[in-house]
Design a protein around this ligand. Structure first.
Ligand SMILES: Cc1cc2nc3c(=O)[nH]c(=O)nc-3n(C[C@H](O)[C@H](O)[C@H](O)COP(=O)(O)OP(=O)(O)OC[C@H]3O[C@@H](n4cnc5c(N)ncnc54)[C@H](O)[C@@H]3O)c2cc1C
Ligand code: SF4
Length: 315
């Protein structure tokens, strides 16, 4: 049975599995990882709208990634975020996948998605990837589960102080929504029966420059090996007054990189500063036997994002 509620209030949504673009959910239902009646968000009012209030954007949870990437005002105000939305997955996926689903999608770990395996995430006793094939897993070993958080846009939004609106619960930052990776069974802190209705971005700041970059392999090019969002604010004297650097594909949650940010703030926005700052990105990394290559990829990935951000000056 599929329900199509017209309202996002809790009573309308209870007792079911929420469906947005279904690019993740359909596969998990086929694998027996998500069951129960479907609650499709198609008819819920206003979830597919982008509103502008006091210079900031309020983006409905059902806005598609393609729409985000193409929206002129989003591209102008939040360039790195728009680029991330336009570069992840494939055009076919972006046409139907939504902002809310992108944040709340579940892990792509092949053990979790295998009908023949039971791991910590699917109710088993141990992590099968640690002693098995973890080629695309974490290089920051932060929790019992070493799958990387799948959300590119979660990573990107961590650099924007975005706030997430949720039915029946307090709004929260994207960091708070994605959690700390300590609970291997979940990738977010969303309360049962709640839905994400919108993401609010503060107004863009003067002197803001931002860009997204991902390192990919030919074999699995739709997914990043590692990815980065660099967002810096540069004053009229060419000095960096604020920096937010996030990386994904490296840990059970996307990570802000404080050491890179600290090495940027107060310095002139120029190549040598970017190079020195990017070298700090893998501080604290604890790779698994097969993920040391990610530690090697990270500095160049962050440097490329910084260089691309630099080039967006005045555009
Ligand atoms: C080949 C391929 C490559 C990909 N590459 C990337 C990539 O590089 N980066 C990346 O981030 N993703 C990538 N993806 C994943 C893709 O982005 C997600 O599948 C998609 O964003 C999920 O959005 P959806 O609207 O289809 O969500 P759905 O599949 O509908 O839902 C996903 C989950 O979120 C829940 N949900 C959805 N919306 C809400 C809401 N508003 N409130 C509460 N719960 C909700 C659902 O119940 C479900 O559990 C890739 C996918 C494929 C197939
Ligand atoms: S990495 Fe996580 S999802 Fe993968 S096998 Fe280990 S516990 Fe399961």
């Amino acid at each position: 049975m599929i329900q199509f509620p017209k309202s996002a209030d809790k009573a309308a949504i209870k007792d079911g599995v929420v469906r947005a673009g279904s690019t993740d959910l359909t596969e998990r239902r086929h694998l027996g990882l998500a069951d129960g009646p479907l609650i499709d968000l198609r008819d819920v009012a206003d979830l597919d709208r982008i509103e502008w209030n006091a210079g900031g954007a309020k983006i409905g949870a059902r806005v598609t990634l393609a729409k985000l990437a193409a929206d002129e005002k989003i591209r102008a105000g939040y360039r790195g975020f728009a680029a991330a939305a336009g570069e992840l997955a494939t055009p076919q996926i972006r046409a139907v996948a939504t902002l809310g689903g992108s944040l709340l999608q579940r892990s792509r770990c092949w053990y979790y998605r295998s009908p023949d395996a039971q791991c910590l995430k699917s109710g088993g006793e141990r992590c099968l990837a640690r002693g098995g094939d973890h080629l695309y897993h974490a290089c920051f070993d932060l929790g019992p589960c070493v799958a990387v958080h799948p959300s590119t846009l979660g990573m990107a939004l961590m650099t924007y102080d975005a706030q997430v609106s949720i039915t029946g619960a307090a709004s929260r930052s994207v960091e708070a929504l994605l959690g700390d990776g300590a609970d291997p069974r979940r990738e977010n802190t969303l309360e049962s029966g709640a839905i994400v209705t919108a993401i609010t971005l503060p107004p863009p700041e003067a002197g803001e420059r931002s860009a997204y970059f991902r390192a990919t392999s030919r074999v699995r090019a739709e997914w990043p090996l590692v990815e980065a969002l660099a967002r810096i604010i540069v004053d009229d004297d060419g000095r960096i007054t604020s920096a937010a650097i996030a990386v994904g594909g490296v840990a059970p949650v996307p990570l802000r990189r404080a050491a890179v940010e600290a090495a940027l703030v107060g310095k002139l926005a120029k190549q040598s500063v970017y190079e020195a700052a990017a070298r700090n990105v893998a501080d604290g990394a604890s790779p698994l036997p097969m993920t040391g290559y990610k530690v090697d990829l990270l500095p160049a990935t962050v440097l490329e994002a910084l260089e691309r951000a630099h080039e967006t000056a005045g555009t």
